[in-house]
Design a protein around this ligand. Structure first.
Ligand SMILES: [Mg+2]
Length: 240
């Protein structure tokens, strides 16, 4: 059986040093004259359109106005990302290059992204961290849907179309660093692998009962074992 493994980006594959936040601040200010309460906003696990909508609603914009402005905001974010991401010190998380190299060797794995980033900035973040975005054969992005919990279905459908093999929750694993990633895996009936390499501690993530919980992705052999465990139909809770 082939397994679809979907990685979140920020806090899971890379540490972005607030590069995305800065690009969004620039785009919102340029397009709308305000970034709303961005400095105090908790972005973790949320999609970019969710964040933009929350910030602009708080700043007094109407939903129609926000909807109309999204394309220009995305364009500005992307242009800013091209310019600034390379100098932001974006880095791959511990063990990620090794893990991706190992997964890339496996004919029984389809690698993908499931991220709140929009489709045009996600590869720029990965590239700035020295990761080849092209190794991820499918993706579901914030620009596909505001609600992260809809993204597993989009990714599974794209993987099925790409490979001709059926992908559903039973052969899909979602790896992420926030409670929202765990809930999103649940929504898609996929295996939830939580990793405490972002802003949330293992203790916090444990409260959301992921199928597997890791401090980081540093131990390639152990992580491979966990990611591929669903191929045997296993889905056992596992704490560090
Ligand atoms: Mg994340």
């Amino acid at each position: 059986m082939t397994t679809l493994i979907l990685f979140d980006i920020d806090g899971t594959l890379i540490r972005s040093n607030s590069a995305g936040r800065a690009a969004m601040a620039y785009a919102l200010t340029k397009a709308c004259g305000t970034a709303g309460p961005l400095d105090s906003y908790h972005m973790g696990g949320k999609t970019d359109p969710r964040i933009i909508t929350d910030l602009l609603v708080a700043a007094g914009c109407s939903p129609e106005e926000i909807q109309n402005k999204l394309p220009i905001i995305y364009d500005l974010m992307t242009a800013q990302a091209h310019e600034t991401f390379p100098g932001k010190g974006i880095q791959a998380c511990l063990g990620v290059p090794e893990l991706l190299a190992a997964l890339g060797q496996r004919p029984d794995v389809v690698l993908g992204l499931l991220t709140g980033n929009i489709v045009s900035t996600a590869p720029l973040k990965l590239g700035a961290a020295g990761l080849d975005a092209g190794q991820f054969r499918v993706g579901a992005y914030g620009s596909d849907h505001m609600d992260r919990n809809q993204l597993p279905f989009i990714a599974m459908q794209r993987a099925s179309q790409l490979t001709g093999e059926p992908f559903e929750g039973t052969n899909t694993v979602i790896v992420g660093d926030t409670p929202a990633d765990i809930l999103c895996a649940r929504a898609g009936k996929a295996t939830a692998v939580a990793v405490a390499s972002g802003w949330h501690s293992a203790a916090t993530l444990a409260q959301y009962k992921p199928d597997h919980l890791l401090e980081n992705l540093g131990d390639t052999e152990k992580v491979l074992e966990i990611l591929l465990a669903s191929q045997d139909g296993q889905s056992n809770a596992n704490t560090p």
